[in-house]
Design a protein around this ligand. Structure first.
Ligand code: PRP
Ligand code: GUN
Length: 180
């Protein structure tokens, strides 16, 4: 895939992300019973770094990790608004406490679609957490139960989030600035 030349300006540092995850896990622990197993579901691929840090902050809980892969983006930067499930969960969620982990909520179509599918499977509790939220871009009425950071309408990368499948390995969130 060809991309225009760009640079990445840091927007949220690795340290700020780590501090926010600590706060969020305190809230999550207050909501889910300590004596019941939690199924933490990551939305591939963008959530893989966030879920890794989040579950390690939940190390004193019984946690099962599962993944679902949904795709909403037709090309590198434009949403197709059509959400497809590319890979379903391995495990069952019926009667269980489920936390769905997303990297970014933009139009809201992806998480909204996934939540509809999972709710139909009758979990005991179904909650959502997104590291980033771009509320000004919303096209469906959806709000995650927990949000790490609200950000303006900028195209961001890093901490699991890609531009044309690159930059997922940056430890911080940066914004893409095109130089040409
Ligand atoms: O709120 P929305 O407008 O639906 O957009 C958000 C979704 O778009 C991106 O996923 P993408 O389809 O690019 O896949 P990826 O996670 O594999 O990078 C991102 O990771 C979110 O899952
Ligand atoms: N990489 C990337 N994917 C997105 N999906 C929705 N918003 C974004 C964004 O800012 N960056």
């Amino acid at each position: 895939m060809t991309t225009r030349p760009y640079v990445i300006d840091q927007m949220i540092s690795a340290k700020a992300i780590a501090a926010r995850i600590e706060e969020l896990t305190d809230e999550i622990k207050r909501l889910f019973p300590a004596d019941e197993r939690l199924v933490v579901v990551g939305l591939l691929r963008g959530s893989f770094v966030f879920i890794a840090d989040l579950v390690r902050e939940l190390r004193d809980r019984e946690v099962e990790v599962d993944f679902i892969e949904a795709s909403s983006y037709g090309n590198a930067m434009e949403s197709s608004r059509e959400v497809r499930i590319l890979k379903d969960l391995r495990g069952e969620v019926e009667g269980r406490n489920v936390l769905v982990v997303e990297d970014i909520v933009d139009t809201g179509h992806t998480l909204n679609h996934v939540i509809h599918i999972l709710r139909a499977r009758n979990p005991k509790q179904l909650r959502t957490i997104a590291l980033l939220d771009k509320p000004t871009r919303r096209e469906v009425d959806f709000k995650a139960d927990w949000t790490g950071f609200e950000i303006p309408d900028e195209f961001v990368v890093g901490y699991g989030i890609d531009y044309a499948q690159c930059n997922r390995n940056l430890p911080f969130i940066g914004k893409v600035r095109f130089t040409e």
